[in-house]
Design a protein around this ligand. Structure first.
Ligand code: AMP
Ligand code: MG
Length: 408
């Protein structure tokens, strides 16, 4: 495959869709372990919430017709029949006009009542006589059966990443155990004769390994389990055996470095030579990140990511994340913030660009400016709040233009 026969980001995504089946197993977790996990199936309510008519206040359950016209100047007298106890079925019933029951917040309404008068609008004359200075409307201070959740309703859709709020809903419906997607396992392999472990001293010509840790973090941030396969020298045989092992043990394999067309860039050949190995993409028309490879072996996806850390992380954000989202069915919605662009920025036509930017808060507006740096400089992304996507056919950004900035 020709490195310069590059695909657009859109065509690459399409190729991913066509070549993989996105099957992932599920597992059961209990609610205390469900935060951040992705729901495998729709949750359908098998009961109403609440299952009984509940009061939202402390007060007297009444029939609103009995208090028609009651006010501070014309108070109505009610006959107190009893007290509804918390957590117990309301056994009493308002059978005669003018009766009421005391009901606590969250208590069940007795039969024959349709509303609750807050205790603040009442005065207790004796054990059985209540004066009321307000005329409630039907349904006032009452939550009806199924008003929160209706039996049979899809309350949470599959593919939802569970937050505290969804976990509260699951709990209210009695789902203590839920089916979630198994966390995809991401194998991480870094290559390069010049790359050394961060704890080692380095000599001239060597650099410390950034990508292993960068990718480890990105995998975790995106709900996956990173599996590190260490640093591999630019030797075909060694790389091939490690990639084989990773393909057998993981759902996704990332190889950083060696994805270009250099003498010691083994990744394309290794992928081709794996059992059922197939090279699908070699080169994407995106900046940064052009020397990106996508391959397939044993139905698993293998990404050959550019060695430059910034390019490596951009390709993770736009391509690896795309695959993870297809696998789990969860699509993260990210809302950009609008900023005014600080300078004139020219871009070559024909490829999409992801430009890292920092943001300055000027009080009345937010100003975005590019974090310049050759893609070999690693601090560019730590200084950047986010990035701007500049489309393939756009020629750049004008000074003062309003741009959408997405968080990194
Ligand atoms: P490559 O894609 O192998 O041609 O590498 C491109 C550039 O990224 C080279 O300057 C490498 O030294 C650098 N690089 C490759 N792998 C890593 C890594 N794991 N951490 C930091 N820099 C790397
Ligand atoms: Mg290399």
């Amino acid at each position: 495959m020709d490195m310069f026969n590059v695909l657009t980001v859109k065509d690459t995504s399409k190729l991913i869709d066509e070549n993989f089946s996105f099957a992932i197993e599920s597992e059961k977790v209990t609610l205390p372990h469900a935060t951040g996990r992705i729901l495998k199936n729709d949750i359908i309510a098998d009961e109403n919430v609440p299952g009984f008519r509940r009061s939202t206040v402390d007060g007297y359950a009444v029939n609103s017709r009995d208090l028609f016209g009651a006010s501070e100047s014309i108070q109505s007298i009610l006959d107190l029949k009893g007290e509804i106890l918390m957590g117990q079925e309301a056994l009493g019933i308002i059978s005669v006009p003018g009766q009421c029951y005391y009901v606590p917040t969250g208590g069940m309404l007795p039969g024959g009542s349709d509303s609750v008068v807050m205790i603040e609008y009442s005065e207790k004359l004796d054990d059985t006589t209540i004066l009321v200075s307000k005329s409630p409307s039907p349904g006032e201070n009452v939550v009806e059966v199924g008003e929160d959740i209706r039996k049979g309703e899809v309350v949470i859709k599959k593919g939802t990443r569970l937050r505290a709020y969804e976990i509260g809903v699951l709990s209210s419906l009695g789902f203590y155990e839920v089916d979630v997607c198994k966390k995809p396992r991401i194998g991480i392999i870094s290559t390069g004769d010049e790359v050394v472990h961060p704890s080692e001293n380095i000599s001239q010509g060597q650099i410390r390994d950034i990508n292993t840790y960068l990718l480890n973090s990105l995998a975790e941030e995106n709900g996956c389990v990173p599996v590190a396969y260490g640093l591999v020298r630019d030797e075909y045989e060694i790389l091939k055996s490690i990639v084989e092992k990773a393909v057998n043990e993981c759902d996704i394999v990332l190889i950083s470095g060696g994805s270009s067309v250099g003498k010691r860039d083994n990744t394309p050949k290794v992928i081709n030579d794996l059992e059922n190995g197939e090279l699908l993409v070699h080169g994407i028309s995106v900046k940064p990140g052009k020397p990106t490879i996508i391959g397939k072996a044993k139905e698993k996806i293998i990404f050959g990511l550019p060695g430059h850390p910034l390019a490596c992380s951009v390709i993770f954000q736009i391509m690896v994340k795309y695959y993870i989202e297809r696998l789990t069915g969860h699509k993260e919605t990210s809302y950009p913030i609008s900023c005014r662009f600080k300078i004139n920025y020219h871009k070559a036509k024909g490829r999409e660009e992801f430009l890292p930017v920092k943001i300055e808060d000027r009080g009345t507006e937010l100003i975005a400016s590019p974090v310049f740096g050759k893609s070999g400089l690693i601090t560019s992304f730590s200084k950047a709040w986010g990035y701007i996507r500049i489309g393939r056919n756009e020629e750049g950004i004008r000074e003062g233009q309003i741009v959408s900035v997405y968080k990194f």
